[in-house]
Design a protein around this ligand. Structure first.
Ligand code: FPP
Length: 264
């Protein structure tokens, strides 16, 4: 795996997102267009995922979160659900050595109680084995839904008998599945769809959104670079006016109450 290289990366390295989150969509359409079963699309999607991880390492993006299986995906046909479980386990088995050698730390976002025991163990051992790695934190959202995440966070806060005066944004963030991760700066969705679909609703409050017509199995380094270039030229305001128009700091205001003062 090459070191991050400015020469090899035609992106604005001064304005790279620290955290990229990806809604990998379009596997079914990719397969249908080829007369293949939907699972063939998901399998092809694992190859794009591998390319994405390699590109993030090479370009120097330290946090990547992928939406691999939503709480709503249980409603899909049982063989597709089983196939997605199988694919995740296969990815872990086949790619864990390489991911570990390349400094990838694996995290899981979501709930594992409903997934098969052998997959639970595979995920837990991948997390444990890569815990000390810091080059890229890969968070796999698997059996994840943002509304359920917020509901559980609120329940935990109530169960801990937290005084109302201590419930603020930081308190809620500590109870989310993503505790300890920076918020995503850029959310990418493939296949022309323009929805968050219950993905990181809290965390993506100020994320830039990039949508491409490319179906997930076709998503490659050039697509990622296009998303990063689009991100690099955007002005992130976090609800505050630019200094030339009388606004304050260009960064995210330290005082959380300011973040709600206007929309941006
Ligand atoms: C959405 O495409 C994609 C998913 C529900 C699963 C994403 C999975 C992968 C990219 C493969 C890697 C898998 C794991 C588990 C690591 P869709 O099926 O909704 O596509 P469609 O909208 O064209 O039907």
């Amino acid at each position: 795996m090459p070191e991050p290289s400015p020469q090899a990366s035609p992106v604005d390295l001064a304005h790279l997102p620290r955290h990229v989150a990806v809604i990998m969509d379009g596997n079914g359409r990719w397969a249908k267009a080829r007369g293949l079963p939907r699972l063939a699309g998901h399998r092809a999607g694992t190859k794009s995922l591998r390319r994405l991880i390699e590109s993030c390492i090479e370009i120097g993006i330290p946090y990547l979160t992928i939406y691999a299986f939503s709480t709503e995906n249980w409603k899909r046909p049982v063989h597709e659900v089983r196939g997605l479980m199988f694919l995740l386990e296969e990815v872990i088995q086949r790619q864990l050595d390489e991911l570990d050698a390349n400094g990838v730390r694996i995290r899981h976002v979501g709930w594992l109680d409903q997934v098969p025991k052998h997959l639970q163990h595979a995920i837990a051992s991948a997390i444990q084995r890569t815990a000390a790695n810091r080059r890229l934190t890969l968070s796999v959202a698997f059996n994840y839904g943002a509304r359920a995440e917020i509901v559980r966070a609120v329940r935990d806060i109530v169960l801990a008998q937290t005084p109302a005066s201590e419930i603020d944004e930081a308190c809620i963030e500590r109870h989310l599945q993503t505790a300890g991760l920076p918020d995503p700066d850029l959310v990418i969705r493939t296949s022309g769809e323009m929805r968050l679909s219950n993905f990181l609703l809290w965390q993506a409050a100020y994320a830039e959104f990039y949508c491409t017509e490319t179906l997930w199995p076709d998503f490659d380094r050039a697509d990622l670079v296009a998303a990063l270039r689009s991100y690099a030229v955007r002005e992130r305001r976090f609800g505050v006016l630019p200094p030339a128009e009388g606004g304050g700091s260009a960064g995210r205001p330290a005082d959380p109450s300011l973040r709600d003062a206007s929309y941006g």
